[in-house]
Ligand binder design. Sequence first.
Ligand code: IPM
Ligand code: MG
Length: 356
Amino acid sequence: MNKTIAVVRGDGIGPEIMAQALAVLDRVAEKFGHTFAYAEAPIGGNAVDRFGDPLPQASLEACLAADSVLLSAVGGPKWDHAPKEKRPERGLLRLRAGLGLYANLRPARLFGELRDASPLKPEIADRGINFIVVRELIGGAYFGEHSTEKLDGEYYAKDVMGYSEHEIARIARVGFETAAKRRKKLCSVDKANVLDSSKLWRKVVTEIAKEYPDVTLSHMYVDNCAMQIVRDPAQFDVIVTENLFGDILSDEASMVSGSIGVIPSSSLGDGARGLYEPIHGSAPDLAGTDQANPIGMILSAAMLLRFSFGMTEEAATIERAVEALLAEGFRTADTMSAGKTPLGCRGTGAEIRKKI
Ligand code: IPM
Ligand code: MG
């Protein structure tokens, strides 16, 4: 197959981990007889510096023209005080909206080999952590009306969290579909004891459940869910939730698995084109030190092959290579433990390529 992948090299450690992912993709292309062309799409802080815009029109067009999009991470302290429209995060949010990517799938999984990296007590971690957070990505407070105004002599700011029925219904279906392919348990997370948007959320999700009689649906308040993720993560199979709750819970979920550096994610809309990125940030303090863990980025590339291109065997080949590397005891600094062999970012990429 001939495919074009838009490549967002990003900020901080982004370019380093992306280089490793592309080298792995090239190795896969060589082995399976595919051709991958890479279209550069500068987005984030580097795009602000070069073009004065975190999502230049040409970059959005490159992503829209590509078969799929691979992104490392954007942002850094350098742009923390920039005005809103010049912040790297704005580029990412506009890209998600511009590509219509309403479903963000973030797996939380404790790799057996990385068990020591989980901060949970062994008796909790040993019950297994393997669930997916399905986060609504282009609605809610992130995309509602925002304003800051002077009222009665002081500033008043607001961000409106709103959802329409069709926005809830389409993400609920992704939640049910995802659960149907797994252990068939869907937990919908909301704050229906307080928020109107959550009451509507619960009503619509309950309605959609009728289409999926094989999936068991439960509801949980978001505060309780935050607690359950550390108390008993084994209870979860798939969690579906709105944008802001999903942002917070998915960070928590990645942390309990102890290996934020190795977890990929996908953002999908109605077509085959998606946006694939590791869930970690741009770690500016590690940039240029060859210490970053490229595994989350490389597994994001595998996810892209599987979900956007239907290349199941190619994706599995990458995943097996990563598992073999971990089984042999190679570790980057973030997952290092006693008796393991330290490897840098480039070394990890090279070792994975060797195994493909
Ligand atoms: C994430 C990040 C983004 C978000 C930021 C960078 C805008 O935290 O992908 O979870 O809040 O969605
Ligand atoms: Mg986040």
